[in-house]
Design a protein around this ligand. Structure first.
Ligand code: NAI
Ligand code: MG
Length: 497
C-alpha cells in the first residue's frame, strides 16, 4: 500500500488565498469574509475560500451583463468561440493531475477515480460542446397565413443565446458539474456566473484560471464561491439574470423555482433520484451482481442517479443480495490518496450525519442490515458500504434520497409488478435493467419513467448522451444536442416579400 505524492502545484494552490473571479479579476468578497473547506478524509482544514454574498453576486451579474451586451464575446465568429471552448478542454487535460488531486482532496473521492473519470469526462464535455458552436442553426419556414391571401413571406428562425446565466452546482462531481454547465452555455454564446458548492470550491477556481488562459473574454465567466443562502439564493433571484441552471437537491430546486419567479427567468434543474435497478432472473449472474454493486457504490453513492433501489426477480434474490454484499464487504474504504482505496469518505460531516441518520431510521422501521450499516472509524466522514433488505415501500430509506453507499433490495415476481413498483417514486432520473431477453429489456425501458435507462450496464455517461429527469428529478436535459435548447432562445423573423 502506498500513497500518492502531493503535486507541488496543488500544495501551493491550496495554501494560497482563494478569491472570487469577477469581470476577469480576482477579488475578495465585499464583506471580506472567508470560510474553510475541509479535507473530508481527516476533517482538517484544506483551504480558505472567499465567502461571496449578495453584493458579490450583484457585481458578477453586472460584469456578465456588460460582457453579454457590449463585450467582444457576442461579436466573435462561432468558429472563434468554438476554438476557445475546445482550448478549455485541452487545458483541463494539460492540468489533469492537478485537477484530479484537488478533486480528491476537496471531495474525498479516490484519486484514481478522479484521474480516470471526472477529469477526462470534463475535458471531453468541452471538446464535444466546442463543435456545436458552429452548428447552431435555425429553419426557413413556409407560411400559409389565411387572412392575407396572395401575400408571400420569407420566414426563418434564429437561435440566439439566452443571455446571462446563473449556474449553481453541487459537490459530488465538482469539476464535471462545472463542465456540464459551462460547456453548453459558452458554446452557445452566453455569459455565466458560476456558484460552486461550498463543500468543494477548489477545482472551479483552478478552472477559472484555465478559462481565462483559453482566451474567454473578461466577464464572460465569473465564479463566486460561497454558501447557498448567501450566494446561491441572490443569484437565483437576480433581476438581471436571464436563466438559472441548478443541480442539487429537489428541496433547493423548488426554492430556485420560487426565486426565479420574480423576473420569470428560465430555469433548468437536475435534481435528486431514487433510481430503480432491476435484475431479472435470466440476467448474466456475474455482470448483474457487479453492476448492481457499481450502481450504488460508485462515488460512495453520492450520485444523483445512484441505483439505490435494487429489485431482483424472486428466484435469484438471495444469490444477488449475497453477491452484492460480498462486494460491499470487499470494498477498501480509505483516504483517496492511498493507492488501493476504492471508496473514500463522504463529502462532509453534514452528509455523514444524514446518511447514518437514514441507517438508524431503517433499523427503527424494522429493515434488516445485511452488511455495513455504520460509520468507519472516528476520523473523517467514512461510512461502510451497506446492503439492506426486509423493507416496506413506506419506509424513509425506500422513499428518500440517501446519497450515500446504501442500497435497499427487494424481490419481485413479474414484469408488470416491477414496472409499477419501480415507478412508485416521486423521482425519475435513472434506471437499470439486467436481462438477456432483448424484448423484455426494451419493454421495461419503455415502461420506466426515467430520463436515463441503462440496459446491462449502469453509470455510463457521455457528452453526447442527454441526461436529466422525469417527475421531481428535474426540468430539461444536459449534454448531447438536447442541452442546446436549454441555452438558446428561438426568434421567429417574418418578412413580407
Ligand atoms: P443542496 O441542494 O443544498 O446544494 C447544492 C447547491 O445549491 C450548492 O451549490 C448550494 O450552495 C446551493 N444552494 C443551497 N441552498 C440554496 C438556495 N437556497 N438557493 C440557491 N442555491 C442554494 O445540496 P446539499 O445540502 O449539499 O445536499 C443535501 C442533499 O441533496 C444530499 O444528501 C442529496 O440527497 C441531495 N443532492 C443531490 C445532488 C444531485 O446531484 N442530484 C447533488 C447534491 C446533493
Ligand atoms: Mg444544502
Amino acid at each position: 500500500m502506498s500513497t500518492a505524492t502531493l503535486d507541488a502545484r496543488v500544495d501551493t494552490f491550496t495554501r494560497g488565498a482563494h478569491q472570487l473571479f469577477i469581470g476577469g479579476r480576482w477579488v475578495d468578497a465585499a464583506s471580506g469574509e472567508t470560510f474553510t473547506t475541509p479535507n473530508p478524509a481527516t476533517g482538517e482544514p484544506l483551504a480558505s475560500i472567499a465567502a461571496g454574498g449578495p453584493e458579490d453576486i450583484d457585481r458578477a451579474v453586472r460584469a456578465a451583463r456588460a460582457a453579454f451586451d457590449d463585450g467582444p464575446w457576442g461579436r466573435m465568429t462561432p468558429s472563434e468561440r468554438g476554438r476557445i471552448v475546445w482550448r478549455i478542454g485541452d487545458l483541463i487535460l494539460e492540468h489533469a493531475e492537478e485537477l484530479a488531486q484537488l478533486e480528491s482532496l476537496d471531495n474525498g473521492k479516490p484519486l484514481a477515480v478522479a484521474r480516470a473519470a471526472d477529469i477526462p469526462l470534463a475535458a471531453d464535455l468541452f471538446h464535444y460542446m466546442a463543435g456545436w458552436s458552429t452548428k447552431i442553426e435555425g429553419n426557413t419556414i413556409g407560411l400559409s397565413v389565411p387572412y392575407t391571401p396572395g401575400v408571400d413571406y420569407h420566414a426563418y428562425t434564429l437561435r440566439e443565446p439566452v443571455g446571462v446565466v446563473g449556474q449553481i452546482i453541487p459537490w459530488n462531481f465538482p469539476l464535471l458539474m462545472a463542465a456540464w454547465k459551462l460547456g453548453p452555455a459558452l458554446a452557445t454564446g452566453n455569459c455565466v456566473i458560476l456558484k460552486p458548492a461550498e463543500q468543494t470550491p477548489l477545482s472551479a477556481l483552478l478552472l477559472a484560471q484555465l478559462i481565462a488562459e483559453a482566451g474567454v473574454p473578461d466577464g464572460v465567466v465569473n465564479v463566486v464561491t460561497g454558501f447557498g443562502e448567501d450566494a446561491g439564493a441572490p443569484l437565483a433571484a437576480h433581476e438581471l439574470v436571464d436563466k438559472v441552471a441548478f443541480t442539487g437537491s429537489t428541496e433547493v430546486g423548488k426554492m430556485i423555482v420560487a426565486a426565479a419567479a420574480g423576473n420569470l427567468k428560465k430555469v433548468s434543474l437536475e435534481l435528486g433520484g431514487k433510481s430503480p435497478n432491476v435484475v431479472f432472473a435470466d440476467a448474466d449472474p456475474e455482470a448483474s451482481i457487479a453492476g448492481a454493486a457499481n450502481a450504488i457504490f460508485f462515488n460512495h453513492g453520492q450520485c444523483c442517479v445512484a441505483g439505490s433501489r435494487l429489485f431482483v426477480e424472486q428466484d435469484r434474490f438471495d444469490e444477488v443480495v449475497e453477491g452484492v454484499s460480498d462486494i460491499a464487504k470487499s470494498i477498501k474504504v480509505g483516504d483517496g490518496f492511498t493507492d488501493d482505496t476504492q471508496m473514500g469518505p463522504l463529502v462532509s460531516d453534514e452528509q455523514l450525519q444524514r446518511v447514518t441518520g437514514f441507517l438508524d431510521s431503517g433499523r427503527a422501521d424494522g429493515a434488516e442490515v445485511v452488511t455495513g450499516g455504520a460509520r468507519v472509524g472516528d476520523r473523517g466522514y467514512f461510512v461502510e458500504p451497506t446492503v439492506i433488505t426486509n423493507t416496506r415501500s413506506d419506509m424513509r430509506i425506500v422513499r428518500e434520497e440517501i446519497f450515500g453507499p446504501v442500497v435497499v433490495a427487494e424481490p419481485f415476481r413479474s414484469l408488470d409488478e416491477i414496472a409499477r413498483v419501480a415507478n412508485d417514486t416521486a423521482y425519475g432520473l435513472g434506471a437499470g435493467v439486467w436481462t438477456r431477453d432483448v424484448s423484455k429489456a426494451h419493454a421495461m425501458a419503455k415502461r420506466l419513467r426515467a430520463g436515463t435507462v441503462w440496459i446491462n450496464c449502469y453509470n455510463v455517461f457521455d457528452a453526447a448522451l442527454p441526461f436529466g429527469g422525469y417527475k421531481q428529478s428535474g426540468w430539461g436535459r444536459e449534454m448531447g444536442h438536447e442541452v442546446l435548447h436549454a441555452y438558446t432562445e428561438v426568434k421567429a423573423v417574418c418578412t413580407q416579400l
